[in-house]
Ligand binder design. Structure first.
Ligand code: NAI
Ligand code: MG
Length: 362
């Protein structure tokens, strides 16, 4: 059966970097006899302008029917004045919610030639390859009660509640264990079981699943504050990390900073495996729509290209093609070509389409 792929370029540099992916797709269908059933859709500000909403029912329907969604980025100054409920960023939130995308995979990988772009000493990060699995539909960003209320004395208080059910913990833990099994065989589960009840349950449930279903994976537990310190001092000790929505948010941003190159980082968000055996999945770069460089032709397309590689590997079982793209990106960097965001002394500065071309050539 044809693989159905929905492409949602979105706003800002989204369409610019997506263009380079389309060239890779064209090349693949010519040279590797792969055929995708491609569909395009609107999301974010582009959808607000055309349809009056950041993610229409039609886009949700297309996403449900697709085997995987490749997302660009949304948002920009044009829509910044809109009330919160109408902002472009809600487009991605709606998609995550409607597709039930509960596991956010954020690799933090340092490409060898870029080791000295890190905020850490190059030796500490050379060869770094971590995968952070962040729970993305539960926890304190969604728990009830929440809100700002006025107390009897007239002062206000803000409330957020961290709630995790056993099932929510178990399903994201299994995604992380499966990944660890395919990678280095190590999983570090992160919480604050010392001061949080949801953290105690988290540690217990992950431990139970590890013992019962993944005895071959080496499981460790770490408090989130310690994990932040360890990431910033000895990051190479980690293989796969699994954490709640809040802790995963912080730790994955920290890990991203260690790589020093936002324009290089892909991500995936996975849902449950449905009755039809398919797993809903959305792939997107970690970066946003970069309004400051939109239209200049200088955005780095690598994060979007590597997001497509993740899609091929995780949704389409096309490991070989995924590796081909990843290695092509590595070779281009090793050859000395750089977009402005990853520019280093002595390297050749190029724009979006030349980078895309160079990857294609490799
Ligand atoms: P950003 O990631 O768009 O940009 C941060 C900085 O990194 C900027 O200086 C930008 O030029 C640079 N940058 C980002 N991607 C790059 C690339 N591929 N190549 C070269 N340079 C790159 O984050 P920012 O500025 O906080 O947000 C801008 C807009 O994007 C906002 O409207 C925000 O809400 C939205 N956003 C959307 C996301 C999404 O669609 N999932 C994620 C993050 C932000
Ligand atoms: Mg964040």
């Amino acid at each position: 059966a044809n693989k159905k792929l929905l492409v949602l370029p979105g706003d800002g540099i989204g369409p610019e970097v997506m263009r380079e992916v389309r060239r890779v797709i064209d090349w693949m269908s010519r040279r590797r006899a792969v055929s995708f059933e491609l569909e395009d859709g609107l999301v974010g500000g582009a959808a607000i302008d055309a349809e009056g909403t950041p993610c229409s029912d039609a886009t949700v329907e297309k996403a449900r029917n697709a085997d995987a969604v490749l997302f660009g980025s949304v948002g920009g100054p044009k829509w910044d004045g809109l009330p919160f409920e109408q902002r472009p960023e809600l487009g991605i939130l709606r998609l995550r919610k409607e597709l039930g995308l509960f596991a956010n995979l954020r690799p933090a990988k340092v490409q060898d030639p870029l080791a000295d772009a890190s905020s850490l000493k190059a030796d500490l990060v050379r060869g770094l390859d971590i995968m952070i699995v962040r729970e993305s539909t539960g926890g304190i960003y969604f728990g009830e009660p929440r809100g700002i209320e006025t107390m009897p004395d007239g002062k206000r208080r803000g409330i957020d509640t961290e709630v995790y059910t056993e099932d929510e913990i178990a399903r994201v833990a299994r995604v992380a264990f499966d990944l660890a099994k395919k990678r280095g065989g190590k999983l570090c589960s992160v919480e604050k079981a010392n001061v949080m009840q949801s953290g105690r349950l988290w540690r217990a449930v992950v431990g139970e699943i590890g013992r019962a279903e993944y005895p071959e994976v080496e499981l460790t537990h770490m408090y989130a504050d310690n994990c932040a310190m360890q990431l910033a001092s000895r990051p190479k000790q980690f293989d796969v990390i699994v954490a709640s929505n809040l802790f995963g948010d912080l730790l994955s941003d920290l890990a991203a900073a260690l790589t020093g190159s936002l324009g290089m980082l892909p991500s995936a968000t996975l849902g449950a495996v449905g009755a039809d055996g398919r797993r809903a999945a959305l792939y997107e770069p970690v970066h946003g729509s970069a309004p400051d460089i939109t239209g200049k032709g200088i955005a780095n397309p690598c994060a979007q290209l590597l997001s497509f590689a993740m899609l091929l590997r995780w949704s389409f079982d096309m490991d070989e093609d995924a590796t081909l793209i990843e290695q092509a990106v590595e070779k281009v960097l090793a050859g000395g070509l750089r977009t402005a965001d990853i520019m280093q002394p002595g390297m050749a500065r190029i724009g979006t389409s030349v980078m895309g071309e160079a990857v294609l050539r490799e």
